[in-house]
Design a binder for this molecule. Sequence first.
Ligand code: GDD
Ligand code: MG
Length: 364
Amino acid sequence: MKALILVGGYGTRLRPLTLSVPKPLVEFANKPMIFHQVKALAEAGVTDIVLAVNYKPEVMVGALREYEKECGVNITFSVEEEPLGTAGPLKLAESVLTKNDEPIFVLNSDVICDYPFKDLAAFHKAHGAEATIVATKVDEPSKYGVIVHDRDIPNLIDRFVEKPVEFVGNRINAGIYIINPSVISLIEMRPTSIEKETFPLLVDKKQLYSYDLEGYWMDVGQPKDFLSGTCLYLSSLAKKESSALTPTSEPFINGGNVLIDPTAKVGKDCKIGPNVVIGPNCVIGDGVRIQRSVILKNSNIKDHAWVKSTIVGWNSTVGKWARLEGVTVLGEDVTVKDEIYVNGGKVLPHKSISANVDTPQIIM
Ligand code: GDD
Ligand code: MG
């Protein structure tokens, strides 16, 4: 089977991290976001994956070559000269995607869940219509595409409303689809949106169904949701009793759901957790407290620092007795000086912070 992953877009909502690397390569639970998707697609029997890109493709090529080998799939890049939206990329890759009659998986690159690809393919085949959207329920549907069902036919979609202004329901598009090759013939070769243009056409033809996702789901394309998604992912690892999690028997573990790369070093008398990810080669000093946070690789958290609801970007340093909270995000190579307090700061790469940041703001 084949898949197309939509990896375009500038990932502006995940700045300052996406000033250094494209969103799909930002590590989620110590693996680039896109790696989780490629691996799950490969495990479901997908052999060919097209990456639809319009931003920094060079950086992605190297990383993806590795995953090709590791996961045993072919990955090709389909590069847009201008952003083609969420449907245009399918048209651009039409010749590859319509080589045979098999249905095609389509994914937004920033969604995490227990990808249900095998089940989804079986469900899609069983109802026989042209396309199926994976659906999940959320509390704040206005940020997403909302699905309204037909009254009589189970799972048939009667209306699809992208980012509704008024409440129409709370079952939303999870950003994962399976479509027949015939759907691509409905798309024109121009910048176009699958949500606003293609789905309504399919609804009119009564050819769009939804599949209810079980378990957790999150669009991790912005810092607050990236942290929430990390918590959900870690607790799902805990439920599966995954050996990837750091054992709670470690003296510094506080409350579980902690994932520490084996190459990271943790000092004496620390309290780490719950809900913490620490990347490769990080050095955590003595007496450090970290909760609900992600520390990306090669970063250094010095003695007695206190870190909560924060993402520390690559190669950064947090000084002694520093205190970070309130969805603070440090870009790559940021230094927070000793004893500094940062509340909700988004700090651009290569900055040094030597004065307190009391209220949420961008620091350039
Ligand atoms: N190749 C390519 N070209 N990809 C693009 C382009 C483009 O011009 N524009 C956006 N994308 C990719 C993004 O990288 C992302 O993977 C996906 O398309 C969706 O774009 P987002 O910017 O993340 O959209 P969203 O989160 O506001 O809404 C979408 O996702 C929701 C679920 O998280 C919609 O599909 C909603 O209906 C959905 O509920
Ligand atoms: Mg998104």
